[in-house]
Design a protein around this ligand. Structure first.
Ligand SMILES: NC(=O)c1ccc[n+]([C@@H]2O[C@H](COP(=O)([O-])OP(=O)(O)OC[C@H]3O[C@@H](n4cnc5c(N)ncnc54)[C@H](OP(=O)(O)O)[C@@H]3O)[C@@H](O)[C@H]2O)c1
Length: 228
């Protein structure tokens, strides 16, 4: 997307799983040490908005804040066509910071149930943005609106697999980082880094240009640029 730099990132086992087969991704946080959290939180502090899909909020209940380093919390954006985000989700209940216009933005489709949307906006820290998509959030439109209304220039898409796929499929990604955990999880129904329907031809698949690799304790951190 012209004007908005999109970074996609995630953690996976060496066999490409981003959560166990029961989809509770919090199990993976066991591999994170304070130094890993500092790196992740510095990446978050370097973007204006962090984006996740609603299934990630339901499965992992993340806060997506900057905690272990100096820096402002990015705007937290949940892609949630039908406004299914649980009202008691941690992400909706974080104290508002002075600088923030809204802390968390739920992006819904045009046909989102009105009663759910009304319940969500009762929370003063949460805004709702209607996407131009009828029954699914339109990502081009989302990036355009984030730039226009919130001055967003850099976003981090933290997951899950379906949302990452949509960003890749629509050629919206500029950079990718992958953290490889020293572990094998298996599970044919366990979610992988990028899900969706997938590409069938090499000419359609995403081409990456290797940028860097760091070993931080027992985790490998790889960065790539996306070749457009
Ligand atoms: N290790 C990691 O890096 C990491 C990070 C995050 C999550 N996870 C794991 O990933 C799993 C959740 O990922 P997931 O793939 O099931 O779901 P997800 O990507 O978190 O959310 C997908 C949902 O977003 C909504 N959506 C709305 N518009 C969309 C669009 N344009 N493109 C894609 N999705 C759109 C859809 O639900 P509606 O149609 O209802 O809106 C869709 O089902 C959990 O197991 C979690 O633990 C792991």
């Amino acid at each position: 997307m012209e004007g908005v730099h999109v970074i996609v990132g995630g953690f996976m086992s060496i066999d490409g799983k981003i959560a166990p087969a029961d989809r509770r991704g919090r199990e993976f946080s066991q591999y994170m040490r304070p130094e890993h959290e500092q790196i992740l939180h510095s990446i978050r502090a370097g973007v204006d908005a962090v984006i996740v899909g609603v299934n990630t909020v339901i499965a992992d209940d993340p806060t997506l804040t900057v905690r272990n380093v100096e820096g402002k919390n990015p705007l937290r954006v949940i892609i949630d066509s039908q406004a299914k985000t649980p009202l008691d989700a941690k992400i909706l209940n974080i104290k508002k910071e002075d600088h923030a216009i809204v802390e968390t933005l739920i992006v819904v489709a045009k046909n989102a149930p009105k009663n759910r949307v009304e319940q969500i906006i009762k929370n003063k820290n949460t805004g709702v943005m209607y996407s131009s998509g009828l029954n699914r959030v339109d990502l081009h439109d989302l990036l355009f609106e984030l730039a226009a209304k919130y001055g967003v220039k850099r976003v981090l898409v933290e997951g899950g697999g379906e949302v990452r796929w949509s960003f890749f499929e629509q050629k919206l990604v500029d950079e990718l980082f992958v953290w490889i955990m020293p572990t094998v999880w298996g599970g044919r129904s366990a979610p992988t880094l990028v899900e969706g329907t997938g590409f069938l031809k090499a000419k359609d698949a995403v081409n990456l240009k290797f940028k860097s690799i760091n070993q931080v304790e027992n985790i490998l951190i790889l960065w790539f640029n996306v070749n457009h």
